[in-house]
Design a protein around this ligand. Structure first.
Ligand code: AMP
Ligand code: FE
Ligand code: FE
Ligand code: ZN
Length: 281
């Protein structure tokens, strides 16, 4: 059983529709796929139909953007939560709205130095999708400023760039509480991905665990080897689930479906713990 619990569609910053994503999972020999778009569950319905068509099991999920008091970015995966839960919906709606204003402000700043306007960006955003820096990167590629998203992120779009603007996102402790209240299973995504920015202090892990965190995504290409030993110890000491995933974004990143996998035992525990919706199979 090949189980990949982290993938994006064009409902956020992946480049394929949910249907195309499920077809790609089938072609890659993935038996179970989680759809985890940033701050949105709008792809669940289409993904469900495609999963049934292709004979791939679907774990409905989401990746919630969070920010600590110190301003450190945290991504929290949620599996099997109730997509209609009011508390969780309110927070992700706030984030999604703030992302839009933030992207517009980044484009205003970029337009001073590059041939870019807001319309160029929206062309790369599917209707209703969660807007992010990857869409601005796509517009920079189309304008011939950079070769690909990675080059855009390497300098122009990094969090240290003068064009960077941050946006509202819930504290990770609040996000964990909201996911649990919605019947979901919260798993800390790529927790030690230091190349993306600062990594949280040990205290934040403990605060999230106290709030009800259930797992750590350890087998992810962005977690350096040193950090994984710390995570394995933390998982063992706190009886946390350990997952492995690709974080596939279609053509938007070099990550390939199934490049890291989760065990069937862990999937069974996620399925038993998640009460907000069911695995589609
Ligand atoms: P945002 O959430 O708008 O701040 O943008 C961050 C998103 O950009 C993350 O979810 C990643 O999926 C994506 N990203 C980060 N680094 C890269 C990269 N080097 N190439 C492509 N996408 C990236
Ligand atoms: Fe992404
Ligand atoms: Fe992430
Ligand atoms: Zn992701």
């Amino acid at each position: 059983m090949r189980i990949d619990l982290h993938a994006h569609s064009n409902i956020s910053d992946g480049t394929q529709t949910p249907s195309e994503l499920l077809a790609a999972a089938k072609a890659a020999g993935v038996d179970v796929l989680a759809l985890t778009d940033h701050d949105s569950t709008a792809g669940w319905a289409e993904a469900t139909a495609a999963a049934l068509r292709h004979g791939v099991a679907l774990v409905p999920g989401m990746e919630i953007s969070c920010k600590t008091r110190e301003g450190i970015s945290v991504h929290l995966l949620s599996y099997l939560h109730n997509p209609h839960d009011a508390g969780l919906l309110e927070e992700i709606t706030k984030s999604k709205d703030a992302r839009l204003t933030r992207a517009e402000r980044m484009v205003e700043r970029l337009a001073e130095d590059y041939p870019l306007n807001w319309d160029d960006v929206t062309q790369h955003v599917a209707p209703g999708a969660t807007v992010g820096r990857p869409h601005i990167a796509d517009a920079l590629v189309a304008a011939g400023v950079v070769e690909d998203r990675s080059e855009a992120f390497a300098n122009i779009l990094t969090s240290h760039s003068r064009y960077f603007v941050s946006h509202y996102a819930p504290d990770p402790v609040l996000a964990v509480q909201l996911v649990r209240a919605a019947g979901g299973v919260p798993v800390f995504a790529h927790p030690v991905a230091s190349a993306r920015g600062r990594v949280v202090a040990d205290q934040t892990f403990h605060d999230m665990i106290d709030a009800g965190l259930l797992g750590l995504e350890i087998d992810h290409r962005d977690n350096p080897e040193e950090g994984r030993a710390f995570l394995r110890k933390l998982a063992a000491e706190n009886d946390l689930l350990v997952t492995g995933s690709s974080d596939y974004h279609g053509a938007g990143k070099s990550n390939v479906l199934g490049e890291n996998l989760t065990s069937p035992e862990v999937l069974a525990r996620i399925e038993a713990l998640g009460t907000g919706t069911a695995v589609v199979r």
